[in-house]
Structure formats: structure tokens, C-alpha cells
Design a protein around this ligand. Sequence first.
Ligand code: NAD
Length: 485
Amino acid sequence: MPAELDKIRNFIDGQFVEPVGGRYLDNIEPATGKAYSHVPDSDGRDVELAVAAAEKAFAGWSHTPTADRSRILLRIVDLIERDLEKLARAESVDTGKPLSLARGLDIPRAGSNFRFFATAILHTESEAHITDGVAFNYTLRQPRGIAGLISPWNLPLYLLSWKIAPAIACGNTAIAKPSELTPMTAYLLCEICREAGLPKGVLNVVHGTGPNVGAAITAHSKIGTISFTGGTVTGRKVAESCAPMFKKVSLELGGKNPNIVFADADQDAAIAGSLRSSFANQGQVCLCGSRVFVERSVYKDFVDHFVEKASQLRLGDPLEATTDQGAIVSKTQLDKVKFYVDLAQQEGGTIALGGSSPEAINERCQSGYFFSPTVITGLPVSCRVNREEIFGPVITITPFDNEDEVIGYANDNEYGLASSVWTQNLNRAHRVAERIHTGTVWVNCWLVRDLRVPFGGMKQSGVGREGGDEALRFFTEPKNVCIAK
Ligand code: NAD
């Protein structure tokens, strides 16, 4: 493993290197509020070095036989599995999420991402089109060159590996920038890639802030492919930077997802599922169902039972096995959550549960960024709290009277990432799913992910789709070869 775990370094051309400017940022552990390592505060000069390395590596990697690329990626999977405990702990310390969640979801999923694309590239098909008696056409799908991969803090390794794996599996080289708030697992992944035999320069990781590093990546003329996951406001800046160069861009952005519970649903399942979709990772999953709509005839019962179950979630030190709810990622994010809870009260809402930071968790966590699971009722659908993404453990619950009304509520939002529908009526399930404007509709479940399906958002939740064939197509350039008969 890297010798200095307290000082993260960039990974460029197969080497761990200091940032050119020699500057570092504090890397804060959210559960304690204290710096526990330092992350490079890199800039355009470091991106320039990464581009040179990625450019040099492209010639060899793009011509490496698919089977060899696949073998290296599968070795990465083995090493992620070998280091699962270490990676999970790093992820938990870095993000504040419960260790059990990092161990059970984030890190295994990072391994699955590499396995999925390592094997997918062995099974791709090429299209051929015969133009009557005139010509044969076939389509080459070639790697595009250097891919810039920018990710957020909420699921750091899970989301970054979801980009790195397809990009390099297809024969591109990559420059990745994890969030400056949660850089540790990306750092550990670099060592894994090196040990797995990934040739130098194929994956480069440049740490630092969005304005310094992210913007240098999106503005670089030699990085023609940009895959970005993060907030909608940042996504707009990325789009503006890429548009004049006609870069190929995928944007996975924010969400304000509706979670609809009909009276005919299995109420126990709906409550259990809604509890997860509301508060998983302290509500810091882009797919969390932060707007819960419940049919009026079961509304009171639902609220009572939901609040009772939510009050039983154990908020605690993320590293303790009994913890269900850990820390919020940063002071800034905690302040944002508090702002919206205050706003909810100004907008006429009632706090049915939570609404504040808990008493000190334990000695170690007394300065950590914690907030209790919070349920707000009585808000109009059109208010700011119901329209804007909070990205924390705060949900609203609103009654509705019929299907048309709730579909109107669900769609009356600038976001369109995901939704959940709870009903036992099969016809209704299909009908509602068809009419909701979100990239994913879960019926009687939440966060069930098959890596083959297209993943992404509508409206302000993004442009493009990740996952399966969509990712393989995104990271390759189709070229038609037309041969006259
Ligand atoms: P963010 O937009 O602040 O940052 C995301 C990344 O972009 C970070 O690495 C950041 O350093 C970088 N960045 C910032 N400014 C940049 C710029 N000008 N140019 C290039 N890069 C820049 O988002 P965040 O706060 O880290 O993450 C939370 C957001 O991410 C939420 O809105 C959430 O919904 C969204 N998200 C979306 C998905 C999805 O799949 N749709 C998944 C996870 C998170």
C-alpha cells in the first residue's frame, strides 16, 4: 500500500507524485470534524502531466487485445475483494457513512463494476448492413482517446469505478478526479491498479478542487470525452466548458425523487422500502426518494408507522457495527440541511421527526457533522423544500387523492432522475411507470440495480445514460466502413 497514508498523492504515469504546486488541502473525517490526511490541491499543471501520460499510454492500451485488457480488469476485481475491509474502512472514515454500508454495498459494487465491464467487452457484437446489391457496411467501435472522469463524494469508489471500468475496458486512457472531500478510496485504487499490472498512464488520478482540476479537465482540448457525476449547477458549467469543443459528454446530475405509496400497496413493504430510500447513506444518494406521496386513505397510518420506524434508526459513530446512520459529509452540507429544515418551518411545514443535530454521539465524534433523520409534513407540493435538492436525511410526506393528481405532483419538478411506486395493482404499476418523467421507475422496490440497464436522468437530472451497452457506446466512437460491391 502507499507508504504515506496521511498524505494522498496524485497518480500519474504509474507513479505516486506530489502536486506540481506543492499545495495540499485538509481531508476532514466527517464523524470527528478533524483533518486526518491531506489531499493534493492540484491545478492545470498536474492535469497537463496526466494528459501527457494518458496520451503516451493510449497507443499501446488501445491496441492491447481485448482478452488481455479483460484479464487485467479482473485482477483489479480480485484485489478489491482482497482489500475489501481496508477499502470499506477508508470509505467510511472519508465519507462518514456506516462502515457496514461501505462493506456491504459501496466496495463490493466497485468490484462488480470492474467485473461487469471486464467481461462485457468479451461479448460485444459488430453490426453489418448490406445495402442491396450496392455495398457492405460494417461498424467499427473504436476507443475515443483520453476520457476525463469526474465524480462526487457520496458514493466515491462506487461511482468513480462505474466510469473508470468502462472507459479503460474499451481501450481509452483516463484522467479521473474524485471529489476533494472523499479522495481516499481512489488513492487506494491506484495502488491496486498498479499491482494488477495496469500499464502506466492508462489510469491517472489528479486530486484537487473542481475549479482548479475539474475545470482544467473539461477545458483541455486533448480530453475529448467527459463523464461527469455531480450537482446540476456544476453540470451546467461542465456542459458550457465542453460545448465549444463538441466533446462527448455524459452528465449524471441531481434529483428530487418522488416515492409514491398507493393505498393498495403492501404497507409494511412500502414502509420498509421507503425507510431505505429516505435515509440510506444519511439521504445522500442521488436516488433517494425525498418526496414521499401517500394516498390519503392510508396517509395517517403510514406517517405514524414510518415515523416510529425512522425514530428507531441508530445514529452513531460510523465505525461502530450497530450504527444505521452516520455523519453528513461536510460542515457545508450539514449547514445546507439545517437551512432547508428552517425553511420548511417558514414554509408552513411540521417537523414530525428529527429536525436537529443529536446530542454528542461519543467522545470521538463530539465535533462530527451529524443530523437526525427528519420527516416533514404539511408542506405544499410547490414550495422550495419540495422542489430543491437537499441531499440529506430530510424527507417530506404529502397526501394525494388519486392517480392523476400524484402523477402531476411527481412530474412537477425540474429533476427527473428516479422514482418509486408502491402498489399491488399490476395495471396501475405499468400505467404510472409509463407516465412518470424519470430515468428509472422502481415498482415495489428501491435501488435494485442490474448493471446492464440504462442508468441516468431526464430533465435537469442529466444528459446521457450510463450502464451496460450505453457505457460501451459512450466510451467508443462508431465508424462506418462502406465497401462497394
Ligand atoms: P458537485 O457538483 O459539487 O461536485 C462533483 C464533482 O465535480 C467534484 O469532483 C467536484 O470537485 C467537481 N467540480 C466542481 N466544480 C467543477 C467545475 N467547475 N468543473 C469540473 N468539475 C467540477 O457535487 P457534489 O456535491 O460532490 O455531489 C452531490 C451531487 O451529486 C448531488 O446533486 C447529487 O444528486 C449528485 N449525484 C448524482 C448522481 C447521479 O447518478 N445522477 C450520483 C451521485 C450524486
